[in-house]
Design a protein around this ligand. Structure first.
Ligand code: ADP
Ligand code: MG
Length: 669
């Protein structure tokens, strides 16, 4: 049970701030975990190391001396006797320390400089115990402060603590001596000791992985429960005839993947397979051959895309691919006119359509197939359990192929996906040049303007990506509208500048993409909607503002847009972040062009929740589930997830399953 932030006792102003961090209810708030803890411990002097943050108690043994500079600035020095050691303390801009009296007891917090010297950040007259402890540090966005988060959680917790229910079925809480949810929340946010953090993590990590594994199992179970008298029947050679028409040969990995899929299709069990491979590795073609086999067996197929633009792109490329055949293809999305929709649905039920490409509009109840036999879902993480279930119900033996451009190492995939079958395309088609990527430590277009002018002069085109659409949305990130206006002025009369974002009408978006692909627009300012956008071979440069705001896999997929033609792509990652961790993370993209490596790094930092799409953002994965280190918990939770599913009649298990179904369906475009 989750409560509104109002019910948590928070003010509208505070609620507005929290919303910016994607915190909308008590659940979000309580799972806004700290990403680290600041620990103030009193360590004996002999163990201090240079640059340590130290706190100590002592007696003032020398009258402070103060030197004043201009502008009210000052430096003061005094000595403190702490146990048997004399510490020289320096403190800036506290000229009033001269009023301290000798022999006064003080608590000093500061940095150890070596040689008995400490630069104090503060001093206090209160007992040291009031300062010692473990303080959580939260990720912050916008104007949110540590204090805001801390206070909000405290307030909500005090108000709701007696209403916080366990999520994990009780049986498992007892079996593994886990904490009650209420205690886990208290200990992760207000720990009294390291041990409390450890205990909280143990429970919360288990909960996270258990949810994840049950979600995976639910999908799997739906498919495993039935075996059929026979699989699809088709001739393998006939399928490959289609591939022989192409101007290139399938790569080894593509060939193997196709064969794996064809074997599944012809077996009497439902296929539930993940096809993973980097952007541009040729997954769509592999899927298309599967759809073709389905057609040859006399059944219909569907291809689901997360956005309209991508659906249309798939539609176009399938049309081209299937030109030598008599396969009939159509595309469905919500913006289609009622007349066209009706016509299409009539054809679908009469089997006058063999392959239907579309967005989640395909999931609607009025979309009825005559004999659906296979579904391909692109970017599978954007579809929840319920959506997949819906598709399965639209046919008899509906085989599933899920495509993901966020490839993960096989061993990890096995941990995360349990016994789901996996086909992997690891090698890229011949002749692909990696995108040259540069990190620019300035969030400004002007730092790369010469390079841009040069490319434009060569008639090449440019993508510019912003995190925000317009100003009000998130004023910390550069936004498309501002950049668009600036550049329109800058390139005035020389080059055409276009704007593309998710709030535009679909025809508008379509028009802009069309103009960009015809080179009527040379510079396209866009949000990540182009992540899955149309191929424009002549676009060779991509500039990404506020690059630190994206996941690595997402950046990698974005730059995949300019690795399409035979010209070398160049990607500039702009950021003014000084955060070392962010910069190190971005550096991975400079060194690697391998989607597996990149997503492994992403997973390490962000956690597996992103794969299922259950974790929207804001919560750093690495404080909780670490899929590299927590293999023990993962494996146990995997076994337990099976147990839960096999015993869904138990009320506690049932409640848990319902909860997960709800969570994973809320994730839709
Ligand atoms: P993905 O879906 O994995 O991102 P696509 O299937 O869209 O990749 O393929 C990207 C491009 O590469 C397409 O234009 C496709 O025709 C082409 N392609 C696919 N397989 C091969 C291959 N074996 N050799 C050369 N080009 C290929
Ligand atoms: Mg693709």
């Amino acid at each position: 049970m989750s409560y509104s932030l109002k019910e948590c006792g928070l003010t509208p102003k505070r609620i507005e701030l929290l919303n910016k961090a994607n915190i909308f209810n008590s659940d979000d708030l309580f799972s806004y975990y700290p990403y680290r803890y600041d620990v103030l411990e009193s360590i004996p002097y002999k163990d201090w190391k240079v640059n340590d943050k130290v706190i100590f108690e002592g007696i003032l043994i020398s009258k402070p001396t103060t030197y004043k500079y201009r502008g009210n600035r000052s430096v003061s020095r005094f000595n403190v006797l702490s146990e048997d050691d004399v510490i020289n303390v320096t403190i800036y801009n506290r000229h009033w320390v001269s009023q301290l009296t000798l022999e006064q007891k003080l608590v000093i917090i500061g940095k150890y400089e070596g040689n008995n010297k400490v630069t104090a950040s503060n001093y206090y007259g209160k007992p040291i115990d009031e300062f010692l402890g473990i303080n959580p540090v939260y990720p912050l966005v916008d104007k949110l402060t540590q204090k805001n988060v801390n206070e909000s959680i405290k307030k909500a917790f005090n108000k709701l603590k007696d209403k916080i229910e366990n999520i994990i079925p009780n049986e498992f809480i007892i079996r593994y001596r886990l904490l009650n949810k209420k205690d886990a929340i208290r200990m992760i946010h207000f720990p009294k000791s390291h041990n409390e953090i450890k205990l909280a993590l143990r429970t919360l990590k288990y909960e996270e992985f258990l949810k994840f594994n049950v979600a995976i199992n639910l999908i799997r179970e739906a498919n495993d429960s039935t075996t059929f008298n026979q699989g699809k029947s088709f001739n393998y050679d006939d399928v490959f005839v289609l591939a022989n028409n192409l101007s290139f040969n399938l790569t080894k990995d593509q060939l193997r993947s196709v064969n794996e899929i064809l074997d599944d299709l012809s077996s009497n069990k439902i296929m539930y397979r993940l096809l993973q491979g980097d952007v541009g590795s040729g997954k769509t073609l592999v899927a298309a051959l599967g759809l073709y086999a389905t057609f040859l067996s006399g059944k219909q197929g569907a291809l689901l895309a997360p956005t309209e633009i991508l659906a249309k792109q798939h539609y176009k490329s399938l049309k081209t691919l299937f030109r030598p055949t008599n396969v009939k293809i159509e595309v469905l999305y919500s913006a289609l006119s009622t007349v066209k929709k009706k016509d299409l649905l009539d054809k679908l039920i009469n089997k006058e359509i063999d392959i239907l490409v579309g967005t989640h509009a395909i999931l609607q109840d009025n979309v009825v197939f005559n004999d659906l036999g296979m579904v391909v879902a692109d970017e599978q993480h954007r579809f929840g359990v319920k959506q997949r279930e819906k598709l399965r119900e639209k046919g008899d033996k509906v085989d599933f192929l899920l495509m993901s451009a966020t490839p993960i190492p096989r061993t990890l995939a096995m941990i995360l996906y349990g016994d789901m079958d996996i086909s992997t395309i690891e090698t890229m088609p011949k002749g692909r040049k990696p995108v040259k990527t540069y990190l620019i430590n300035e969030n400004s277009f002007m730092s790369v303007i010469d390079e841009i002018e040069e490319k434009l002069a060569l008639s090449e085109q440019i993508y510019i990506i912003c995190a925000a659409i317009e100003e009000s949305e998130n004023f910390e990130a550069r936004n498309t509208v501002d950049i668009y206006n600036n550049l329109k002025e800058y390139f005035d009369g020389r080059y055409n500048v276009g704007l593309l974002h998710g709030k535009m009408k679909s025809e508008e978006k379509e028009d802009v993409m069309e103009e960009f692909s015809k080179n009527k627009i040379q510079v396209l300012i866009s949000t990540t909607v182009i992540e899955v956008g149309v191929n424009v071979v002549n676009a060779t440069v991509m500039i990404i503002y506020d690059a630190h705001r994206y996941g690595l896999s997402q950046l990698h997929q974005l730059r995949g847009r300019i690795q399409r033609g035979n010209k070398e792509g160049i990607c500039y990652l702009l950021t003014d972040s000084k955060d070392e961790e962010s910069l190190n993370r971005l550096n991975v993209l400079l060194k690697s062009n391998n989607g597996f490596e990149i997503s492994a790094e992403d997973l390490r930092l962000r956690g597996p929740g992103d794969i299922l799409g259950t974790r929207q953002s804001g919560v750093p994965g690495f404080i909780l589930g670490d899929i590299f280190k927590d293999t023990k918990i993962i494996n146990q939770s995997r076994i337990d997830a099976k147990e839960i599913i096999e015993n869904k009649d138990k009320p506690d298990n049932n409640r848990f399953i319902k909860l997960i179904e709800k969570e994973s369906t809320s994730y839709m475009d």
